[in-house]
Design a protein around this ligand. Sequence first.
Ligand SMILES: [Zn+2]
Ligand SMILES: [Zn+2]
Length: 445
Amino acid sequence: MAAEIQPKPQARTPVLLNKIEASQDVVNTAVIIPKEDGVISVSEDRTIRIWLKRDSGQYWPSPLSDILPVFQEFILSEDYNKMTPARTYQAHQGKVTVVLFVLEMEWVLSTGQDKNFTWHCSESGTQLGLYRTTAWVSGLQFDVETRHAFVGDFSGQVTILKLEQDSCSLVTTFKGHTGNVTALCWDPVQRVLFSGSSDHSIIMWDIGGRKGTAIELQGHNEKVQGLCYAPHTRQLISCSADGAIVVWNMDVTRQETPEWLDSDSCQKCEQPFFWNFKQMWDSKKIGLRQHHCRKCGQAVCGKCSAKRSTIPLMGFEFEVRVCDSCHASITDEDRAPMATFHDSKHSIVYMHYEPTTGWLLTSGTDKVVKVRQQLQDTLFVCVCLDRVFLVISLIQVKKYGNPKRHLLQVILPNGVGHKLLNDVQCMFTHFWTNIMLVLFVKYFC
Ligand SMILES: [Zn+2]
Ligand SMILES: [Zn+2]
């Protein structure tokens, strides 16, 4: 008996599994149905549809489709063929912008164009509380453990509210973006909040660290449209309006970008900046434009910061201005990217990630919904089982889209018993991780 696990360099392209092209209008919101090959979508024309994968391999809508009133709760039949209206929430005047259902609290949180943030009891339907936001809200997250709501708005700030059963109090606000907040994502384990913005940047607010650390992630050329966190692989997935999907490795200790220092002259060559008339006159020198090194934050002239570099640990996946001494200190190893870049080939309006299957859904302005397999690790597992040699390759698994189905195809011809089958099935209801594979190999060898 022998077992071997060989982690290979990660091949990180998400594999396109399927497309839904039959939508009449742009899909504004969609979710992958957990444990089911299906998608629920809400379109611009306010129709709600349930798409299930048919034998043909294509997604087709269930016979039902309904025009959504302002804020409605439905009960779905088990076969997904019946949708019964259960309750209408009288929460907002006009368009509802974000809805969040918190199962643990039995609360429905919502925000609307009327700048109201409300929370309702999902059991009784009664409104529990209301908070007036300063601007339209475009991102909403909730921490069950501490009952904090994170509200991101069009003014670019994130407001943190402590919710009680029927009241709330303002805890603090985060200001870091120069554009609207477009998306929020909360990781309750690491206790970090990610905010995406129309200023193309993402900020990671380290709330659990309690030191006020905020780390910037610069990897988009257009406004950020969606943020999802994959807890098993500790990856942040972000997407932007130009169709880019960026997968960030958050399993590294990232560094905060420095504060930009103020100076009247270059902190390297001491030449005066253009507003420093006195020094210009005294030294008979022409004033220079001020720049800042992204690594050390020093105020420098253009000549002393002519070089560019990526600084992935600081979140700069694109080349940025650095001073000459910082440029010399950055090694090739430091420049190794900590994010991967993919083209979804449509302008993304919405993104959803389903962690149990690792599926990533994007909806585009082209009225197409695409489902991808965000299966990352390219691992080869070789297991010796009573002279039966199994080779499970996740690269091959990826081709099939459904890892469970393919693995069974590998195992079955070798006549391995039902117990193994059950265990494997059970295992694959979770997402792949290296640890699970190690356990798998240990158990059977
Ligand atoms: Zn200089
Ligand atoms: Zn520097």
